[in-house]
Design a protein around this ligand. Structure first.
Ligand code: EPZ
Length: 419
């Protein structure tokens, strides 16, 4: 476990390069077992979640070399299609291996991913889509056993544009006979990156980024090389860190398009933002204005993964903000921690009302999930005095590479201690 100790009140200033996207890397690493060959993947962030998934790939028989931010995965030969239980329990997004294994083998056994801190995280849409392709699925004793003779391409309509369900269906459908069409697909940039990687291995996918994705099945896959897109949520977190501390930040190597939903809210709060090809410069106003309504939605709506960080920002804005968390059932655990710092927040189900105050004060805090933990770091950076953040289960390290080191490089007074 780690603990962050932050002495707040320092303006963040300088430049930061944003690492590769966690939520693009995880499905791409899973996809690298489909081609039965070598995949060279660049811009991989050094995160706890990445090491959990690569350990599984090695455990089932892949060879993995990880040097700097480049990983070489060799998935040649027979792989063990019984996915070990522990990593799936430790990281529920390991469920993405189900579709990837089915994209190459006729069988996979994987344990049911638990819920997590932000909600029950069901996978009914994943299973419904795979069954439509012809996968026979037995769910018993906490395990999912999938088998098929032949995968047949089908038209699949998702009841909800689930990111994980879209990815799992894409991964299995690449080797189905005929064409698969996913309607009401998730439109996140990470889906486009997965399409681009799979197509480099020989898959034939079009439409990612729109609500309709078309996959022409094939059985000819080959080696591939790919560079992962930058992490839009990490980028958004650093932009919000600059805004909350009254600083000025230059973000390098990002895709501005992916940040548009957040940028419009930061501008509404009074931040000045200059956008260049792969760079964003943000300057914070003396006093932030409250943004009236923040409703989280699937992309290209305001990202649920930025809700907590933006709540920290609105805690010290002038006026009142209303948050509606439409994506996850239980994603306000950071609110009670912010209240310990003096924030004025009222919760009612999926709605949170935040009445901005002038200054937060440092406190003893507990990170309860990844993005909530990042939100507490941001609040502590702006607060008067010292904050101690218990980072149980190393939540923050799951999604932010060298977070304390990069923040220190921008002028933050922060140390991370291993306890
Ligand atoms: C991905 O999770 C991301 N994780 C999440 O990021 C992100 O918050 C989420 O997409 C939404 O953008 C990764 O990519 C590894 P969903 P995922 O399926 O795929 C319900 C972070 O902080 N649902 O789009 O699990 C579900 O309960 C993480 O980096 C069903 O009901 O998200 C949720 O309420 C957190 N049945 C909603 O859909 C299903 O079969 C969105 O889930 C699947 C999902």
């Amino acid at each position: 476990m780690s603990k962050f100790i932050i002495n707040g009140g320092k303006k963040l200033e300088g430049e930061v390069k944003v690492e590769g996207s966690k939520n693009a890397v995880l499905p791409i690493l899973a996809a690298s077992l489909i081609n039965g060959g070598e995949s060279i993947i660049h811009n991989i962030p050094r995160l706890k979640d990445v090491s959990i998934l690569t350990n599984v790939l090695e455990n089932i028989g892949c060879k993995v070399l990880f040097n700097g931010n480049t990983m070489v995965v060799n998935s040649k030969g027979e792989l063990n299609t019984n996915i070990p239980e522990r990593p799936v329990k430790e990281m529920r997004s390991s469920i993405i291996l189900m579709g990837a294994v089915l994209g190459r083998f006729k069988h996979v056994r994987i344990s049911y991913p638990g819920g997590c801190e932000i909600g029950p995280r069901p996978i009914d849409l994943h299973l419904k889509g795979l069954r439509k392709l012809g996968v026979n699925i037995i769910e018993s004793h906490g395990y999912i056993v999938c088998q098929y003779d032949k995968l047949i391409g089908k038209e699949i309509h998702l009841d909800y544009p689930s990111v994980g369900a879209t990815e799992n269906i894409m991964l299995a459908a690449v080797s189905a006979e005929g064409t698969t069409i996913i309607q009401n697909a998730a439109r996140e940039p990470e889906i486009i990156d997965l399409q681009n990687f799979l197509n480099k291995t020989g898959a034939k996918i079009t439409g990612a980024g729109s609500s309709t994705i078309k996959i022409l099945g094939t059985n000819r896959f080959h080696n591939a090389e790919h560079t992962v897109i930058p992490d839009r949520i990490v980028a958004g977190t650093y932009l919000t860190a600059a805004a909350i501390t009254g600083g000025k930040l230059v973000l390098q190597d990002i895709i501005v398009e992916h940040l548009k939903p957040l940028i419009s809210k930061l501008i509404e709060s009074g931040c000045k933002i200059e956008k260049y090809d792969k760079t964003i410069i943000i300057k914070s106003p003396k006093r932030l204005n409250a943004v009236e309504m923040i409703r989280t939605l699937p992309y290209p709506g305001f990202p649920t993964d930025m809700q907590a960080q933006f709540m920290s920002l609105m805690s010290i804005a002038k006026g009142t903000s209303v948050f509606v968390e439409t994506v996850f059932e239980n994603r306000y655990k950071h609110a009670e921690e912010l209240v310990k710092m003096g924030a004025k927040i009222k919760l009612d189900g999926r709605t949170a009302v935040v009445r901005g105050i002038r200054k937060l004060t440092g406190a003893q805090l507990t990170a309860k999930d990844l993005r909530g933990g990042a939100a507490l770091v941001l609040a502590a950076l702006a607060a008067e005095g010292v904050s101690y953040i218990d980072n149980n289960d190393n939540h923050i390290e799951r999604g932010y590479e060298d977070f304390d080191i990069k923040l220190k490089g921008l002028g933050a007074d922060i140390i991370k201690v291993i306890v």
